[in-house]
Design a protein around this ligand. Structure first.
Ligand SMILES: C[S@@+](CC[C@H](N)C(=O)[O-])C[C@H]1O[C@@H](n2cnc3c(N)ncnc32)[C@H](O)[C@@H]1O
Length: 209
């Protein structure tokens, strides 16, 4: 088992879903952005969705087809158990996104707190490659990371912090001219222990000639 997978399976195995620092009972910022950018019948993927309850809310809204990808099978198991029979409405992809070859188009890519763990340039390039392949014509990507004044570590791992502008610059460096930053917002997430964590959410539209 790869070290990263072992790390994340260990994290999800040790603590309850609602005790993890990134837990949101209602992922309201993501939900607002997804509702703004996903039309009926359009395909959605939550990248590094882990045990997030975003997919629950999207099933409830009748959106999809829905997919959730994560390196941790343990995390996906938490979501599947919580959803019960409704888990069948979701495609679960248990893989490392940096090695993933998408086999269909998605209209909307959502990532909350995953890209910021990619501290190696090669991994960021692999992420951008997967995103570019996965997004269909005029596809949209929502990428939420710790902001410039957010935490420097998460779950014992270092992170790279971004502003919407520095994230747009990094994507532009990886795929020049391919993504337009069309919206962004800042949000302070309150952890289960009551600490504030500053996030930025950026929305990118893939340019299609
Ligand atoms: C901080 S958690 C955020 C989970 C979820 N997005 C949320 O908002 O609740 C980061 C997630 O990214 C996943 N992850 C980390 N590296 C990954 C990779 N290379 N490929 C796929 N998933 C990854 C972890 O397993 C974990 O579920």
């Amino acid at each position: 088992m790869a070290a990263e997978q072992q790390h994340w399976d260990g994290i999800y195995g040790q603590r309850a879903e609602d005790a993890l620092t990134w837990f949101e009972a209602v992922p309201s910022v993501s939900l607002g952005l997804v509702r703004a950018h996903l039309g009926p019948g359009e395909a959605f993927i939550d990248i590094g969705g882990g045990a997030s309850r975003l997919v629950d809310a999207l099933i409830e809204l009748g959106l999809g087809p829905l997919s959730v990808l994560d390196i941790s099978g343990a995390a996906l198991k938490v979501s599947k158990k919580r959803l019960g029979a409704r888990a069948q409405d979701v495609t679960w992809i248990d893989t490392d996104l940096t090695k993933w070859q998408p086999d269909r188009d998605y209209a909307l890519w959502h990532d909350r707190a995953v890209f910021h763990f990619l501290t190696k340039a090669d991994d960021r390039a692999a992420y951008a490659r997967a995103m570019t392949t996965a997004l269909g014509p005029h596809g949209t990507a929502i990428i939420a990371t710790f902001a410039e004044d957010g935490p420097q570590m998460c779950s014992g791992l270092p992170v790279v912090r971004y502003s919407p502008e520095s994230l747009a610059a990094e994507l532009d460096r990886l795929h020049p001219g391919l993504f337009d930053l069309i919206d962004s917002k800042y949000h302070t997430h309150t952890t289960p222990k009551g600490n504030g964590q500053r996030f930025q959410y950026s929305v990118f539209r893939k340019k299609t000639p």
